[in-house]
Write a protein that binds this ligand. Structure first.
Ligand SMILES: [Zn+2]
Length: 509
């Protein structure tokens, strides 16, 4: 997800300062984390110093070994496993007397880096007193006994996405133990070493190790938090598919003057087809396409109504005079499927334009799915729609014979790997328990986001595991994830420790 501008962050930070929360978090854990900040940060720094591009198996094994050792010191029995791809770490810590188990997902690989774009090297963790964009200055790493300002940021690849959960979770366990407290749950971990590469072997891992991953709750700890910096749970993601559509005209480019009005123009054909797929508010018109869409529940409608309104600030930030969706807010609109024209190619424009009728025009579409749409059903409704528009369809480059045999030809290329959405119930007993634990941390209501607009293959977990799945993001929204100068705001790390401690302490009680 792309981070929002400083303007928006400033608006919300200002809002937050007005009602700075009373602290009801586990004081002992908080005190522990502050007293041990130097050690925790030093561990984080070591972890972040290890390059972690999924395709480099030596590097990924170093990370995996470091993790198994680090969590092993906290009583986890961990194992590095693969299903023909990058290493994953699966691990378990049994707590005597605990009846319930929480499974936590995070990933320890990071996006590839272009070091020349970074202000400081991506695998040399560095502190600044704010974002690079705001001109924040470098801070010398504090000596033992010196403190870390919570508004400082730690810059390194994977600082925000997604190495923090391992550090914060272990710090929470250390804090509980140091204060004589026991987690109320058994803890299992699945740490992904290839998320940024699309987790190609995750399905295999889950299939192979499903029996070791059973739990009462899967907490999916990835992604940025809400722009308001308020604590947040996310209950779903959209699915995603890609299709390329190509319409055809004459077999070679023709003079647009001599042949215009006579030779069919593939640009016209494709534009007309695309224009029929949605109305002016971007509502989908393809017959049958919306048939399976799960209606929004009362709880989801209420949760959306309770979220801070982002639309006006976003519109100002993006210089938008209007938005799609007939006036509905962003969080409601992403509950619906989307058909997005990603790009269109059918001849040159500007100085590259020529007065010709092109042989073909291609558009690439990104489809975002919601529950309970399936890739197969969407393919079927689009196939029927193209058919009803008079197109003969093929997934191959049509031959001259095929082009001559049909009035209109459309090449339809589905990109492999499309998958459906995931959304869990805001009202389930597990969700309610988790929400109340988080709300009790400081008495502030946790933001409940029914779905994010983006996509993750959570359906794989849903397929193999029984447990309810809830997303718990911990990183600041402006962490520059995937980009240069990725960072985590230190307060987000301290907050994550509090959140994990509260969940471990109370979920099983
Ligand atoms: Zn991530």
């Amino acid at each position: 997800m792309k981070y929002l501008s400083r303007t928006i962050a400033a608006i919300f930070t200002a809002g937050l300062m007005l009602n700075s929360p009373a602290t009801l978090a586990d004081e002992a854990v908080k005190v522990y984390a502050q007293k041990n900040a130097h050690r925790i940060m030093e561990d984080f720094r070591t972890f972040l110093s290890m390059p972690n591009v999924a395709s480099d198996s030596d590097d990924m094994m170093k990370n995996a070994n470091w993790i198994t050792d680090y969590i092993g010191k906290r009583g986890f029995t961990g194992e590095i496993v693969t299903a023909g791809g990058a290493p994953y770490v699966i691990a378990e810590k049994k707590v005597s007397g605990a009846q319930k188990t929480i499974l936590i997902y995070a990933h320890f690989d990071g996006q590839p880096v272009a070091p020349e774009n970074w202000t400081t090297p991506p695998y040399e963790p560095t502190l600044r007193d704010g974002t690079v964009e705001s001109g924040a200055k470098l801070i010398n790493w504090p000596k033992r006994g010196e403190s870390f300002d919570p508004e400082w940021r730690l810059f390194a690849r994977s600082a925000g996405d997604d190495k923090a959960p391992v550090i914060a979770l272990m710090a929470a366990l250390d804090g509980l133990e140091a204060s004589g407290q026991t987690p109320s749950v058994n803890i299992k971990l699945i740490l992904d070493g290839e998320e940024e590469a699309g987790s190609p072997t995750l399905g295999g891992i889950l299939e192979k190790y499903r029996d070791r991953l059973t739990s009462d709750l899967l907490l999916f700890c990835d992604g940025p938090m809400h722009q308001s910096r308020q604590r947040q749970l996310v209950f779903g993601v959209r699915g995603a598919m890609t299709v390329h559509l190509t319409a055809y005209g004459p077999k070679r480019p023709l003079h647009s003057g001599h042949y215009g009005n006579w030779a069919p123009n593939p640009n016209d054909r494709l534009v007309q087809l695309l224009a029929k797929m949605k109305d002016e508010e971007a509502r989908i018109l393809v017959p049958g396409y919306l048939d399976d869409v799960r209606p929004m529940s009362e709880a989801e409608a209420q949760a959306i109504a309770a979220l801070p309104h982002m639309d006006e600030a976003l519109k100002a930030d993006l210089a938008l005079g209007d938005t799609d969706g007939g006036g509905k807010r962003l969080e409601e609109l992403i509950m619906s499927p989307a058909i997005v024209i990603k790009g269109f190619e059918g001849g040159g424009t500007g100085s590259k334009s020529r007065n010709i009728i092109m042989p073909s025009a291609t558009a690439s579409l990104n489809l975002r799915l919601v529950p309970d749409q399936t890739p197969d059903n969407l393919k079927a409704s689009l196939t029927a729609f193209f058919d009803s528009e008079g197109f003969w369809q093929t997934d191959d480059e049509p031959t001259d014979k095929e082009l001559m045999a049909h009035e209109k030809v459309l090449k339809v290329e589905w990109v492999a790997g499309g998958y459906g959405a995931f959304r869990s119930d805001l009202d389930s007993p597990v969700a309610r328990k988790l929400i109340s634990i988080l709300n009790d941390i400081d008495g502030e209501a946790t933001l409940l986001t029914p779905t994010m607009g983006g996509s993750l293959p959570i359906y794989l977990f849903e397929k193999e595991l029984e447990a309810p799945i809830i997303l718990l993001p911990v990183a600041n929204h402006d962490n520059n994830q995937h980009g240069r100068d990725e960072n985590i705001r230190l307060q987000n790390l301290w907050d994550a420790i509090d959140v994990y401690a509260a969940i471990l302490k109370k979920f099983g009680s």
